[in-house]
Design a protein around this ligand. Sequence first.
Ligand code: ZN
Length: 141
Amino acid sequence: MQIKENFNAFEDLVPPITELNKSYRENLAEGRLVLQACMLCNKNQYPFESFCYECGSTDLTEVSSTGEGSVYSFVKVHQPYHPAFKPFIPYFVSTVQLDDGPRMLAAMFESDDVLEIGDRVAARIEKISETEAMLLFEKIR
Ligand SMILES: [Zn+2]
């Protein structure tokens, strides 16, 4: 199921743009997953912050992520806590350990019934409007 068909339902869930998330969101809307990278210790991080989580440096830049990683943890959602998610029930919400750094939390709408810790996944960026996209993950088959 295409997310865009249901965007009206997702619209009130899109968080406001801030100085910290602006670049991430603009890149995501153009189909790119970017992370923050520390110029001092070379660690990648997400969410974006004004300092490095590892060493505290404020010398940060952005790098493209491969979007690939493995399932670190997950829950299977059977209850539509918001009407926007109702068409996708049941679905998974996974914490994914990216190969290039941080863990990210995202829904997995079009997966098999079975998901296991360690399963390989890839980011899937769904355009939901001209200016917004949504990060999902899907199993690598
Ligand atoms: Zn650092």
